[in-house]
Ligand binder design. Structure first.
Ligand code: IFM
Length: 458
């Protein structure tokens, strides 16, 4: 079996990471604009002020996506570009950018998948308490209305929030992402609670106002857990349990962020782990958060393994010395796509869309003028084969969005790392399709049939 017939092959990017035009046409400031102004916050003082100038070069960029054969493009909307103060007057010029981008995509036969929030929170609302403000879910609903009213006559596919674990955990607890705060756990979880309400409110807005029938998902992240011995049912069960456990007093877990949205409650172990820091919740909050969804979008880059030690007890298995790692030191663990898809489907019962997956690498232009990125091809092929295996085992797999279509601004790491299938020279803004972009086209054209062709059994 190959990939399902209507499988969606896409790639993704996010507003602040590619758009630039940070001060153009009435855009308001985001917390990332502010973070980048603070010395020492972002690698080498890099900023998203210009990024890859997608705001001005979107036509060329869509043409490149078409050349890659992409069926779909996952983009995000910059909230302060649309509503400079976060709420109130709409910046029509900013909204028009997305209107034109959607038209350009559709003209190129590329289906837009729109994420409402990928981290560029309006600075003006941060000054009013940000996600800590109990009004924040309503602010988000107001913003969602503006976007949905403008685009939903052409956009059918929506995602609400990207990786709440990161913009809350890294942004408010660890202080390494914008807005760069280090709050107490109770405040962090309260802010997180408001984002889950915001998710629910935006789903309600899409369902109530969209002009086309919509398919709506969510895009959290997480580290799937891989059983060392797939044939050992106890090992599989331990992996399943470990994957959804909430046993650390930080934001890095799956179920705190997905159970309320899909199952309608916080996980029991999370409530006991967080104890008095857990938010005081009204039952009616879960009625808002838990809205019917059409797919479980998930960003998966790697996982970790659990297996038996010599005494037969289960524990995390150390990665062997020399295990492959990406440029950003993330481990390469393709089975994460199989076990992640399987365990997510078992728990949440929704079709799976991989909303992000990809490799950070140090690519450059070779003397022959091309960008050779064999590691990205090999990485992606291995992960896709595992995703295909999940489909073969009966998991409904609906789509795959490679992160990323273009090289871009990697948050606190600036432009140090490259994730794109399209190389961008940040000085000249020249774009070059890397080898992986040409390869991905063949994958798309064959609906994945070419995957694994070069495999040699060891
Ligand atoms: O670049 C990020 C993206 O914005 C969110 N998910 C992870 C990617 C790689 O770090």
């Amino acid at each position: 079996m190959s990939f399902p017939e209507n499988f969606v092959w896409g790639a993704a990017a996010a507003s602040y990471q590619i758009e630039g035009g940070a001060y153009d046409d009435g855009k308001g400031l985001s917390v990332w604009d502010m973070m980048c102004r603070q010395q020492g916050r972002v690698y080498a003082g890099h900023t998203g002020d210009v990024a890859i100038d997608h705001y001005h070069r979107y036509k060329e960029d869509v043409a490149l996506m078409k050349q890659m054969g992409l069926m779909a493009y996952r983009l995000s909307i910059s909230w302060p570009r649309v509503l400079p103060e976060g709420v109130g007057p709409v910046n029509e010029a900013g909204l028009d950018f997305y209107d034109r981008l959607v038209d350009e995509l559709l003209a190129a036969n590329i289906v837009p998948y729109v994420t409402l929030f990928h981290w560029d929170f309006p600075h003006a609302l941060y000054c009013r308490g940000g996600w800590l403000n109990p009004q924040s879910p309503e602010w988000f609903a107001e913003y969602a209305e503006v976007v949905v009213d403008k685009l939903s006559d052409r956009v059918k596919h929506w995602m609400t929030l990207n990786e709440p674990q990161c913009f809350i955990g890294l942004g408010l607890l660890d202080g390494i992402h914008a807005p760069g705060d280090k709050l107490g756990l109770a405040e962090v979880l309260l802010a997180g609670h408001h984002t889950l309400l915001a998710h629910g409110r935006s789903v309600q807005v899409i369902r109530a106002r969209a002009k086309l029938e919509s398919s709506i998902g969510y895009a959290p992240t997480g580290s799937p857990v891989i059983p060392a011995d797939e044939g050992d049912e106890d090992n599989v069960e331990q992996a399943r349990k470990a994957m959804f456990a909430v046993n650390n007093r930080n934001c890095w877990n799956i179920s705190w962020w997905s159970d309320p949205v899909i199952l309608g409650h916080y996980p029991e172990d999370g409530l006991s782990t967080y104890g008095s820091a857990a938010p005081k919740v009204k039952d009616s909050d879960f009625d808002i958060m838990c809205q019917p969804l059409d797919f479980y979008g998930t960003n998966i880059y790697n996982g970790w393994t659990i297996g038996r030690n010599e005494q037969g007890r289960f524990r995390q298995v150390d990665r062997p010395q020399g295990n492959p790692i990406c440029a950003n030191k993330w481990p390469v663990t393709p089975e994460a796509l199989y076990w992640g898809s399987r365990f997510y489907y078992e728990r949440y019962g929704l079709p799976i869309v991989i909303t992000e997956n990809g490799l950070s690498n140090q690519d450059w232009v070779s003397l022959d003028g091309k960008v050779h990125d064999p590691l990205r091809i090999d990485f992606t092929e291995r992960y896709l084969l595992e995703f295909k295996r999940a489909g073969e085992d009966g998991i409904p797999i609906e789509g795959y969005f490679h992160w990323s279509v273009f090289d871009n601004f990697e948050w606190a790491e600036g432009y140090k790392e490259r994730f794109g299938m399209v190389y961008v020279d940040y000085q000249t803004q020249e774009r070059i399709l890397k080898d992986s972009a040409h390869w991905y086209r063949t994958v798309i054209e064959s609906n994945g049939a070419v995957l694994g062709a070069s495999r040699v059994e060891h």
